[in-house]
Design a protein around this ligand. Sequence first.
Ligand code: ZN
Length: 285
Amino acid sequence: MRIHSFTGAIGVTLIASLLLAFTATTQAQTPAAAGVQGKTELLWFGQAGFRIKTPAGKMILIDPWITGGPKTPPMYKNDLAAIGPIDLLLVTHAHVDHLGDAPAIAKMNNTKLYGPADMVTPLTTLGILPADLGHRFNKTGRVTPLPGIKVTAVQAEHSSLLVWKNPATEKMESHPAGEPMGYIIELENGFKIWHMGDTGLFSDMKFISEHYKPDLVLIPIGGNFTMAPDDAAYALRTWVKPKMVIPMHYGSNPMTKGTLAEFQDAMKGSSIKIIPMAEGETVQF
Ligand SMILES: [Zn+2]
């Protein structure tokens, strides 16, 4: 497993955070203030699945398609417990490559699954998720599920259908599951990650970026269901303009043909730092 560090890329942010931490710790040692000295670590499982270790050591899991993911490293694919304890679970929409193992992981950790309101409702009414483990919210809604961590739901231009095998009839059923979302995840030190979920191009990407100012964007590039490499590059260069980007949602489905090389080519000459990841790889900020 390779571990990369991108501390230099956000050095100014970190120095500011450390100064803030020093000021805060001279007054009172709050968990959030103590945590800003830690690093942020991202682990990619493939597709849109990430585990984020926050500066205070909390674990956030997003779109965990683990046991069914064709590129999931075997240590996780064969044992969900290998992911470790999870403090916050986020799902962007109901498609299997995003909802994946989330209900099972919510139950394993006794942790709430945060997701689009009208996705969480059928999960609980159908008995897939216990009602007390679902948190319903919607676009522009902001939650603070852990000290110092804010998650804001934002637009994603996609669809969301829940396909489920009814155990009573043994038949597959399709259930409406609301609208898909992306998430702006602000960590204890102010570092902001925009997980775009699955999305096509929409011009309010500009508004979202100007309003929330993400440092790091996780962007789908595979095409067919989402932006392809050229459209993702257009969005980044024209509207989003983050410091750093991690391409995702490619290479796991034969229909999503977009490649990392095409994305890098489409981004040529841009000052936005591309951080390519392999499944199972970890990066630090
Ligand atoms: Zn997807």
